[in-house]
Every structure is written in C-alpha cells, then in structure tokens.
Ligand binder design. Structure first.
Ligand code: SF4
Length: 327
C-alpha cells in the first residue's frame, strides 16, 4: 500500500476512535478478505420492530427505542468528519437496524439524520425493508437527492404469507415492498434489491426454494430492477435461538467456523445462489454475491456492490492497517 493510502486509513481510524453516531461498518464482520468498500454507518434506533427471525438486532435489544443523545452526537460527528476530511465516504443507513421501522412515524430520527448527513456532504446508501416511507411527502427531498442510493431487502415473494415466516416476521409483505419499489423506480430513482439472506432448508426450517428465487428475480426484472445483491445466511451466537438451534447441526456438518460465524461450504453456497445467478443472466440483471464471492470464482459475470463514485479502498485495507497500527 502506498503512503498516501496508509495516511488515509489512519485518518479514518483516528476519526472513528472518538465518534459515536458515525461508525465504520464493522471491520470484524468479514475480516481481512472483505470485498466491501470502506463505509461508515449510522444507526438512528436501537433494536428493530421488524424482528426478522434470523436477526440478532431485535433479539439482543428486545425493546425498540431512540438512542439517548443521538442528534447532538450526530451533529458533533458530522463536524468532526468534515475536519478530518472523511465526509466523502458512503454512509450505510443503517447496518444494524432498519431506518424506516414503525417508530420512525413518530420519532423521525432517520429523517433528521438523513438531512444532516446530506448537508454535511456525505453520500448515503439507504438499506431498508420498508421502502414505502420514501414515498411520503416528508421524505421526497431525500428520495430526490442525487447523493442518495437505495437498497431494499426482499428475500422471497412469500414474505408476508405463512409460508414465508422464516424470512419475515413483522415487516412489510413482499407485495407491499414491490409496489413501493416500482413507484420509486418510476420516479426515476434506481433501486437495488438485496435477496439476503438465502436460508437453507433443514428440518422445520424452510428456506427459499430455487423456484422461489427464480420467480422473485423475474418479478423484480418486470418492475425495472437492474441489480441484485445476495448472500447466504451466516450463523452466529447472537442469533435468535429458534433458528440457531435447529440450523447449528446443519452448519457444523456442512460448513466451518470463520471468525465468529459458521458459513456453509463453498459448493453449498454456490448451489443456493445459483438460481439467482441464472435468473439474473436470463433477465439481464447484474449479480453481486457479496461475501459469497469466493463461491463464484471463474469466468462468471459478477458485479460488486459499490455505488457510483464510491471509494476504491476496501475494508480489507482497513483490516490490514488496523493490524499494523496495533503492532
Ligand atoms: S429489518 Fe434488518 S435490522 Fe430489523 S430485524 Fe430485520 S434484519 Fe434485523
């Protein structure tokens, strides 16, 4: 790595050491092989009302709330980010909670944070399972901002039906999300879809079938979606017991422990994502396998999840430099 890059990474780490509202997307998450670009994240809420059956967020923080002192801390961090010159990095909004859960109607912490961050010069990638919020009048300024990018998670057309219980507990149905995404695209904004996670079927856990995945991609292609980002479920100690206790045996027998996560074998992960890859080829969509990139090595058509003009520096650079700084 050249000296300028080292200085840049040290600057990012220095900023992050004393920030509270703006944090780096966890560098431990994918470790030194992380294919992700360097990003910050802002989480306006604690916990999540959507209670996805596989998610640690609501399981470890049962009650949803605003974060005490969030607005002041955010303002403070934005000013520091400007001084450190790190406000050109993308903010993933949010990495650990949904910004548009039901509490947002009353508290509007996300709306506040989005406005402040955009004013502070940041680009923002909104990641949500409730895109209909972006069609509300109060959010139109956000929706129309060219520095705002949108990812919506839809894991199956069955979300919101009894057959989709392992994928969606308390969130919007696939039908509602697709309706909102269609409107946003018609308004001229690109929306990428995250089919995430893809869950294996084992005993009473019924993950997506290959047909489910193919049907979903086909449906999304019809409303003008151009990019799919996907990955398989990783299993860790913080996940809700009902799903973890059943799948642990399957993951131990068919995968291995990487850091704090069990991941399935490369072959199995490729098999699980292959229907999405094939459907993307068939319907002309870009396919990004996120951290399952290793399962798609070779001459296949793969894209990355970077948004326009995002940094070329990767989280793996931070990981390496972080290790060097600690030495
Ligand atoms: S919407 Fe996101 S943060 Fe909320 S429970 Fe589901 S996966 Fe977790």
């Amino acid at each position: 790595m050249v000296l300028n890059d080292q200085n840049e990474i040290e600057k990012i780490l220095d900023f992050e050491k004393r920030s509270w509202a703006i944090k780096l997307v966890s560098i431990e998450r994918w470790g030194e092989k992380s294919p992700c670009p360097i990003r910050f994240t802002v989480n306006p809420y604690q916990g999540c009302e959507f209670k996805c059956p596989y998610c640690y967020t609501w399981y470890s923080d049962k009650k949803v709330s605003t974060r005490v002192g969030f607005r002041d801390a955010l303002k403070h961090d934005i000013e520091r980010a400007k001084r450190f010159g790190v406000n050109s990095y993308l903010i993933e909004f949010s990495a650990s909670t949904d910004p548009f859960q039901y509490i947002e109607k009353e508290k509007k912490e996300s709306l506040y944070a989005l406005k402040e961050l955009l004013q502070g010069g940041f680009k923002i990638l909104i990641v949500t399972k409730n895109p209909s919020f972006l069609l509300l009048k109060d959010y139109s300024e956000i929706l129309n901002n060219k520095n705002v990018f949108i990812d919506v998670t839809i894991t199956s057309l069955k979300e919101g039906t009894p057959a989709g219980r392992v994928l969606n507990n308390n969130g919007s149905s696939a039908k509602d999300k697709i309706r909102a995404v269609k409107k946003i695209i018609e308004n001229g904004k690109d929306v990428r879809i995250r089919i995430d996670p893809v869950i294996p079927s084992f005993k009473t856990i019924r993950g997506q079938t290959p047909e489910d995945l193919k049907d979903l991609v086909e449906e999304l292609s019809k409303i003008g979606v151009k990019t799919i980002i996907t990955k398989t479920l990783r299993l860790n100690a913080w996940m809700p017991d009902p799903i973890k206790n059943i799948l642990l045996k399957f993951y131990k027998e068919n995968g291995c422990l990487v850091g704090s996560n069990y991941i399935l074998s490369r072959e199995l992960r490729r098999k699980m994502l292959e229907p999405i890859y094939s459907a993307c080829q068939k319907f002309g969509l870009s396919f990004c396998p996120c951290y399952d990139l290793d399962a798609f090595s070779g001459k296949r058509k793969i894209s990355f999840c970077d948004v326009q003009q995002e940094t070329l520096k990767r989280m793996s650079d931070v990981y390496k430099d972080n290790a060097r700084v600690v030495e």
